[in-house]
Design a binder for this molecule. Structure first.
Ligand SMILES: *Cc1c(COP(=O)(O)O)cnc(C)c1O
Length: 401
């Protein structure tokens, strides 16, 4: 993790997470050495400048940020504002506010840093052809954050609070929502134990934050089929564990296998269940589907599977398009016999799978091209998300400009 040391004014501008005061001078004392800390500025502006731009940015929103919109990937791009709210022992969150994007101050003893008491969410805002901005099923993310918080012993914002916060931070960063067809604004809500603990216990204070970043394709392949390798030594989740919630530690735990897979040229890892080592679970951060004839199958949500909102939406879209959808155990044998395979997630939307490698054997799908079913479902879902077709499902939320 990068450690940001901030000047006095910047520290005051950054929301203090553990309720502690900024140090009296912009220097950091470690034993007998005093390190001078260079002043940190938000793109060279003073705090007063930031507050002034907060007001002006809400008004002058028609101007797009100066970015290479043609070449967006899935890297972090800093935007103007973030959202932050806190709660103490009573579990009731403060109203919260949109503040300039910047580093946050937290006790080294914070629950999230020591014991991983943290959750994240991910959703997207799209720019419609008429210039308006659409959110896709944001209340589903609010509900999932509440369910995850329950598992991780954290209080969570109400659904109304979550929705209001997402809307505020997207509108404040409106100039970062990519033009139609160039990508989307990825919205990343976080919930973490920011209060200090020493012994293992729930933190006494929690922070709900949201930052955003314009994004294009998740996989460098773009819409081209990805190559997955089945992992049978590492597992992502175990029965009774936290695989079913978006808790931060789940993602640190899959980095190792992902790194090994990428070094061998694969796009990502497909995990099997920890008990039998033969039923499909998930790709590192996407749900998996197989297609055989007119039947689409995906692992049922049984604790070790993350209940993806894209997964749930694809199930409904597929049924409306006349497919039979089965949510059940899906074995590796079936996967290797499938006509098509694809994975889903907010970041990837629908990503066709071109090959699966299992125990040194490689099975290919769709002749290097995108399978017809994957393509059809991708088009159906994205045209809904981008507002190209009428939202007959009531899934999109339009922001008031
Ligand atoms: C976030 C996530 C997904 C996808 O969920 P969406 O709501 O569709 O974005 C799938 N699997 C895992 C492990 C995830 O973390």
């Amino acid at each position: 993790m990068e450690l940001h040391l901030a000047s006095r004014s910047a520290l005051q501008a950054a929301p203090s997470l553990a309720g502690q005061r900024p140090p009296p001078s912009p220097s950091l004392c470690i034993r007998n050495h005093t390190f001078k800390v260079p002043p940190l500025s938000y793109k060279g502006r003073s705090l007063i400048g930031c507050q002034a731009s907060l007001a002006t940015n809400y008004m002058e929103t028609s101007e797009l940020a100066d970015l290479d919109w043609e070449n967006l990937g899935f890297g972090f791009i800093q935007t103007d504002f973030m959202y932050t709210a806190k709660c103490g022992e009573d579990g009731i969150f403060s109203k919260g506010e949109v503040v300039p994007f910047g580093p946050i101050a937290m006790s080294p003893s914070a629950g999230v840093l020591n014991y991983g008491q943290g959750l994240f969410e991910g959703l997207k805002a799209y720019r419609k052809k008429d210039g308006s901005i659409l959110l896709f099923r944001p209340e589903e993310n609010a509900i999932r954050m509440r369910n995850g918080a329950e598992r991780m012993c954290m209080p969570a914002p109400t659904i109304e609070h979550f929705l209001d916060a997402v809307k505020q931070v997207v509108l404040a960063n409106k100039r970062w929502v990519p033009p139609t067809g160039k990508g989307s604004l990825y919205i990343r809500p976080l919930l973490m134990g920011s209060g200090a603990v020493l012994g293992l216990a729930p933190a006494p204070e929690y922070t709900f934050m949201i930052f955003v970043s314009p994004v294009g394709n998740y996989f460098k392949e773009g819409l081209a089929p990805i190559n997955l390798i089945i992992e049978d030594n590492f597992h992502r989740a175990a029965p009774g564990g936290t695989g079913g919630v978006k808790t931060i530690g789940n993602y640190a735990s899959v980095l190792k296998a992902q790194k090994i897979a990428k070094e061998k040229g694969y796009s990502d890892v497909l995990y099997l269940d920890a008990v039998h080592n033969k039923y499909l679970e998930e790709v590192s951060s996407c749900n998996i589907f197989i297609v055989k004839g007119n039947v689409i199958s995906t692992p049922a949500i049984k604790g070790t599977i993350l209940p993806g909102i894209t997964r749930k939406s694809i199930v409904q879209v597929a049924q409306r398009n006349g497919f039979k959808v089965e949510e059940r155990l899906v074995s590796v044998d079936e996967l290797l016999e499938a006509d098509e395979v694809f994975c889903t997630g907010t970041a990837v939307v629908v990503s066709p799978v071109g090959s699966i490698t299992y125990l040194e054997n490689r099975v290919e799908y769709g002749n290097q091209g995108i399978g017809v079913v994957s393509q059809q479902l991708y088009t159906s879902l994205t045209s809904l998300q981008m507002g190209d077709v009428e939202d007959c499902m009531g899934w999109t939320v339009q922001l008031d400009q």
